[in-house]
Design a protein around this ligand. Structure first.
Ligand SMILES: Cc1cc2nc3c(=O)[nH]c(=O)nc-3n(C[C@H](O)[C@H](O)[C@H](O)COP(=O)(O)OP(=O)(O)OC[C@H]3O[C@@H](n4cnc5c(N)ncnc54)[C@H](O)[C@@H]3O)c2cc1C
Length: 467
């Protein structure tokens, strides 16, 4: 399938390029990663990594080594600065049933990147190229030809695709004439990492990540694995626009894999732009605006969230976005309640029980496949289609599958019917889940066939495409 195809060219070895390269490797796609600098960045940048990113790291096989070097955080403090009063805060234990990583982690970006790079070097030796600055690119018969400046002179590389992971001042984006959408905040921040003993000599009892709310003098205190980080506002200015890059590294590699394997048309790639563009352009702003209004006590809507409602909403939002997967384009980065789930939502990483007795995590099942989940009673022996490459079918049943029913290996036991109730779906519902954990479609079992929903989701023609 991917044999003989030119490599997918990934430009930029920040967290997004490194994670995307690992994603391509996971799906068995050939790639070459190019970075302008002579080494990975040592700048003080990101310090906190959210749950959804950990889920991507798990899928791409680097979560354990990242976690081994990180500080896990189960509470994000919210303190009124003027009075030092704690307000209801983000408690990630709320996510215990939704994810195997019910926490965020603190870890400096310049510690994370070498871990990702080491995994690339181990798994795809020779694929990572430093001191290669992309200067231009052009379309070719087989894909794209990219031109690089290197210490040894100019170099041209042919690729099947070119992925622009070259950061906020992207060369690729500017050469394509793609404007950055959305608004920039006018708050400029100072970020200071300090070796100071706030554990024993000057003990403080704030959570490892704490927001000190104030309309003017707000501050964020972050316990890093080896130091303390203080972040606070400076005079107004124009900072770099931010982007939701790891979400791209979740969304793009599986699509490329489906296209390269011949399981989908290029239309699946168009879906990437359609879904991610509003999130990148307006999504961080949507959440940041809500948080800002809350911290400054401004908005009637967020003020109206009494008790722990705001903290709970902020906690759920950690798990990422609802994508606009269908025509309605209904997306949001702010998730105020848990269910019922709908198309576009990230499905929880629920624990179910396989026919061979093992507990299984739902996200493991979709690692490299769409999965059609049939929420129904396995005792009634529902007909489910044969699996095909790219699409598996599994029954989720409150009653365990009898050994003489023929469906034992294709069923998952849902203890206490809890997962179905969490999903908020009636019995006999079909839920199609994509390899990025997002729900592609939900339908009544009698009303729709999973194969049709799958074809629609990957842009295949409806007739004659059964394999
Ligand atoms: C002070 C600060 C604090 C932050 N805190 C957080 C946080 O707590 N949590 C969080 O999630 N995010 C945080 N961020 C944001 C985070 O650092 C960025 O979102 C992240 O670095 C973006 O990753 P990226 O891979 O898209 O781009 P970058 O990290 O910018 O990487 C792009 C790479 O592409 C290379 N490149 C550029 N042009 C070319 C070219 N023409 N050819 C070849 N290579 C090229 C660059 O050298 C660079 O290595 C923070 C940022 C800053 C500055």
């Amino acid at each position: 399938m991917s044999n003989g195809m030119p490599p997918i060219i990934v430009v930029g070895a920040g967290p997004v390029g490194l994670t995307t390269a690992l994603g391509l490797r996971f799906y068995g796609l050939p790639f070459a990663l190019f970075e302008d600098d002579a080494e990975l960045s040592l700048d003080t940048k990101a310090g906190t990594i959210l749950t959804r990113t950990l889920e991507a790291f798990r899928r791409y096989g680097v979560a354990d080594r990242v976690l081994a070097k990180a500080l896990r955080v189960d509470e994000i403090g919210d303190v009124e600065r003027a009075t030092n009063t704690a307000r209801p805060s983000v408690q990630t234990a709320l996510l215990n049933d939704d994810t195997r990583y019910p926490f965020v982690i603190n870890m400096p970006q310049h510690h994370l990147e070498p871990i990702l790079r080491a995994a690339i070097d181990e798994r795809s030796p020779g694929a990572f190229h430093l001191q290669h600055r992309l200067t231009a690119f052009r379309q070719s018969d087989r894909g794209v030809v990219a031109s690089f400046d290197t210490p040894g002179g100019a170099r041209e590389i042919e690729g099947s695709y070119l992925l622009a992971c070259d950061g906020g001042r992207s060369t690729v984006r500017s050469q394509l004439g793609v404007a950055v959408e959305g608004e920039s905040s006018d708050v400029r921040c100072l970020l200071v990492d300090v070796k100071v003993d706030l554990d024993v000599a000057n003990p403080r009892d704030y959570p490892y990540l704490a927001y000190f709310a104030d309309p003017e003098e707000w501050m964020i205190l972050v316990r890093q694995p080896h130091c303390w980080r203080f972040l606070y506002p400076l005079a107004a200015g124009v900072p770099e626009p931010t982007a939701t890059g790891i979400l791209d590294a979740i969304s793009l590699p599986w699509r490329l894999a489906w296209v390269v394997r011949g399981w989908a048309s290029d239309a699946l790639l168009d879906g990437y732009a359609r879904e991610q563009r509003p999130v990148a352009a307006e999504g961080s702003g949507e959440m940041a605006q809500a948080a800002h209004e809350y911290m400054a006590g401004q908005a009637a809507t967020v003020k109206a969230m009494s008790g722990t409602a705001w903290a709970n909403a902020a906690t759920r939002t950690m798990l990422g976005v609802r994508l606009g997967v269908d025509e309605a384009g209904d997306w949001s980065m702010v998730k105020t309640d848990r269910g019922p789930f709908r198309a576009g939502d990230r499905i929880p990483d629920a624990v179910l029980h396989a026919g061979d007795g093992r507990p299984v995590r739902l996200h493991d099942l979709v690692d490299d496949s769409f999965v059609a989940l049939y929420f129904t009673d396995v005792r009634r022996r529902p007909h489910i289609p044969a699996d095909v490459p790219g699409l598996k079918h599994l029954i989720v049943s409150h009653r365990d599958a009898p050994l003489d029913g023929g469906l034992r290996e294709r069923s998952l036991f849902d203890v206490g019917d809890r997962f179905r109730q969490l999903m908020g779906c009636p019995r006999d519902t079909l839920v199609l889940v994509r390899p990025d954990d997002h729900i592609a479609a939900i339908a009544a079992m009698g009303a729709a066939r999973a194969q049709d929903l799958y074809r629609q989701a990957v842009g295949q023609p409806q007739a004659g495409a059964d394999r």
